[in-house]
Design a protein around this ligand. Structure first.
Ligand code: ASP
Ligand code: MG
Length: 405
């Protein structure tokens, strides 16, 4: 007998039939003798529906009221699932985030969990009940309802698993695990049996949106064994865990990509101390996230400075740079918002040389021009023209043997 946290995403609870199927799954685990805490998302589409209702009241509704509104989506599913469990003769009780008491800070719409009071949950589990918790929400010190940001139910689940020392946290979703790359781009993509927290963080932050990034950080920090599985298909899914020697065999675990990139360059910048901060501070001041940064060595006492931002921030960043360009007496601002980033990710990279050259040669053989490169210990990213995304991902998937068993 062990304690598991099961989290069911929006599609897994998207209809009456789906909620009933979830109840059956929980009942089965109970019959085996396991204790279950079920964390639920809102029914699929519900959070978006509520958001659009709000937009019809006011262009920029108050964050506090948004949280009151959005938290209701999860409250619907938690009670329906509990009723479905009752109808199967399964003892169960539901809790909102506030009722549990998942205490968060007061940053409405993206609050962070501070503390979880496990008293009620423990009592229920001891009494043989399934505990159903509304995901994505908590309460601040002043009893205001807060939410944890889109996809936040994943974080609720991992936080509960950490607090109650669950054996595993299962994330039930509409895909049956984490893949070597997006199967819509490369149909030969394979499900991974295991991936490390670090790799998963890189994959997730690069656009493999299976899990909320914060939930993976949380799981890594508190060593929660996290498993991504399908609600609709049997199987073991993908276990996200610590690095093990067995995993050293794989050089590359996956290929991630991000379509929403744009790059900007400011040329002829004086090569002096403080220039990088003069360029980037005004951008950061507008809360624009900067990703890759490249500064060339100066040949003639001036240098070129290039960086990438999210495509939505392109126009605004360009306008900021035009001003910076003038004040620094630099030459030009140029940019391109039809670029993408492709990255190879793998902890095996740490102990093997030649990975970068294989990557670059593979792209060269396909005639793909690399516009920018950046590396970390377990990742190499390149920026290429948008039109090469599919070709590049498939070529790399093949070159690193990810389509093989
Ligand atoms: N319902 C929220 C959302 O759609 C939270 C979640 O499902 O994780 O983002
Ligand atoms: Mg989700």
């Amino acid at each position: 007998m062990a304690l598991f946290v099961y989290k069911f995403g929006g599609t897994s609870v998207g209809s009456v039939e789906c909620i009933k199927a979830v109840a059956e799954k929980i009942k089965k685990a109970r019959d085996k003798g396991d204790d279950i805490i079920a964390v639920v998302s809102a029914m699929s589409g519900e959070t978006n529906r509520l958001t659009s209702l709000a937009a019809q009241m006011q262009p920029e509704p108050s964050d506090r009221e948004m949280d009151v509104l959005l938290s209701t989506g999860e409250q619907v599913t938690m009670s329906l699932l509990t009723m479905a469990l009752h109808s199967l003769g399964c003892s169960a009780r539901s809790y909102t985030g506030g009722q549990v008491k998942i205490l968060t800070d007061s940053t409405h719409t993206k609050a962070r969990i501070r503390e979880i009071d496990d008293t009620n949950i423990k009592k229920d589990l001891d009494n043989g009940r399934v505990v159903v918790v509304a995901g994505f929400q908590g309460v601040d010190e002043n009893k205001n309802i807060t939410t944890l940001g889109r996809g936040g139910s994943d974080t609720t689940a991992v936080a509960l698993a950490a607090a109650l020392k669950a054996k595993e946290c299962h994330i039930y979703t509409d895909v049956d695990g984490v893949y070597t790359t997006d199967p819509r781009v490369e149909p030969k993509a394979k499900r991974l049996d295991k991936i490390t927290f670090e790799e998963m963080l890189e994959m997730a932050s690069l656009g493999a949106k299976v899990l909320q990034i914060r939930s993976v950080e949380f799981a890594g920090k508190y060593n929660v064994a996290l498993r991504v599985l399908s609600s609709f298909k049997e199987g073991n899914g993908t276990l996200i865990t610590y690095e093990e020697s067995e995993m050293e065999k794989a050089l590359i675990s996956g290929i991630a990509f991000n379509r929403d990139e744009a790059k900007l360059t400011i040329t002829g910048v004086p090569d002096l101390p403080g220039i990088a901060s003069k360029i980037l501070c005004p951008v950061a001041d507008k809360n624009i996230e900067i990703d890759m940064i490249i500064q060339n060595i100066a040949a003639d006492k001036t240098t070129d400075f290039t960086f990438t931002v999210h495509r939505n921030d392109y126009q605004q960043t360009k306008a900021i740079l035009e001003e910076v360009c003038e004040s620094l007496e630099a030459k030009h601002v140029t940019g391109d918002d039809s670029i993408v980033k492709i990255s190879i990710v793998g902890v095996g990279m740490r102990s093997h040389a030649g990975i970068a050259s294989t990557m670059f040669k593979t792209l060269a053989d396909e005639g793909i021009n690399i516009r920018m490169i950046s590396t970390s210990e377990i990742k190499i990213s390149v920026v290429v023209d948008e039109k090469y995304l599919e070709l590049g991902v498939r070529a790399l998937h093949n070159a690193f043997g990810l389509d093989k068993e």
